[in-house]
Design a protein around this ligand. Structure first.
Ligand SMILES: [Zn+2]
Length: 303
């Protein structure tokens, strides 16, 4: 389709105006300006693009849009209006994503014209995580047979929550830390319990003495509370659009299922329940099912 050309002052730069004024003592000459077809400036920010990281994708469309959606790793990425004309969306790169080249397919809906699709390449780099050796009560390494049904049920329940995505975004603005203690993270570490290899550590750990208040890092609705075999006192917050916070090993839970929690509101107290070596807070963040380091989101959305 040919570019539509219009005439006006819009292409007069300060320099043009100055020279025109100097040369003719009059107004800048009318100049031809080209109205470009819809375009979008797409960029991303991350501590690094590798398994276990959140990536913030920023789209600045050349004309107003009513919606932007993305698709990568077979998941839908919702975008929200950010500052100015920009829109932003969070992509979670799961711990098990193979390093390589991927395309984020973007669908943008400009006001008054047909949807526009763009592919934005994201290259996932390799990252090797360390191994950590932990000693815990033997019942957490070789659980007695009578708890196997409970373990399976709890795992299934959590998977069902993380596989769903509620339609509204509840979280807003910057993310806070859920506890004041130092983050030891250890996210992604291969965990060896009592000499036996287990699945990689899919959350961030924070030092926290028994009884330290745990607060919501952002707005969310409580979708699970209770005592689970491996995680002890547990709370799951649904932040919307497939983003969940999972807090584990609590000594006390102070929220109820269905409750809407504000950023900074206490959800419970730190403890040493479940499979632990001592009191601490474990915080898992799930993003469209992807296990990402919560600290990567705090850093990306710190402003
Ligand atoms: Zn942990």
């Amino acid at each position: 389709m040919p570019h539509r050309r219009v005439y006006g002052f819009r292409s007069c730069s300060a320099w043009t105006i100055l020279t025109a004024v100097l040369a003719s003592g009059g107004l800048c000459l009318l100049q031809a300006a080209t109205v470009q077809p819809f375009s979008a400036d797409i960029s991303h920010r991350a501590r690094g693009v590798f398994p276990g990281e959140a990536v913030l994708v920023r789209v600045v469309p050349s004309a107003p849009v009513t919606e932007i959606k993305g698709d990568i790793f077979d998941e839908t990425i919702h975008f929200y209006p950010a500052d100015g004309a920009a829109w932003e969306g969070l992509v979670g790169v799961d711990l098990l994503v193979e390093p390589g080249a991927y395309d984020l397919t973007l669908l943008m809906r400009p006001v008054g014209s047909a949807p526009v699709q763009r592919a934005y390449p994201l290259t996932v780099a390799h990252k090797s995580y360390p191994t950590r050796q932990l000693t815990v009560a033997p019942r957490y390494v070789e659980p007695p047979p009578d708890v196997s049904a409970r373990i399976a049920r709890e795992a299934q329940e959590q998977q069902a929550i993380f596989a769903s995505a509620s339609p509204d975004r509840l979280w807003r603005g910057p993310w806070g830390v859920p506890v004041s203690g130092r983050a030891t993270s250890a996210f992604g570490s291969r965990s060896v319990f009592n000499g036996q290899s287990r699945s990689p550590h899919s959350g961030a750990d924070f030092r926290a003495a028994e009884g330290t208040p745990i607060v919501a890092p952002n707005v969310g609705r409580v979708v699970l509370t209770g005592d689970t075999y491996f995680s002890g006192g547990s709370v799951i917050l649904d932040h919307g659009w497939g983003l969940y916070s999972y807090f584990a090993h609590l000594s006390k839970i102070s929220v109820e299922d269905g409750e809407l929690i504000e950023r900074g509101q206490t959800v419970g107290l730190a403890g040493a329940t479940g499979r632990v070596t001592g009191p601490h807070l474990h915080w898992t963040l799930r993003m469209n099912g992807a296990r990402v380091d919560p600290l990567s989101v705090i850093e990306l959305l710190a402003k």
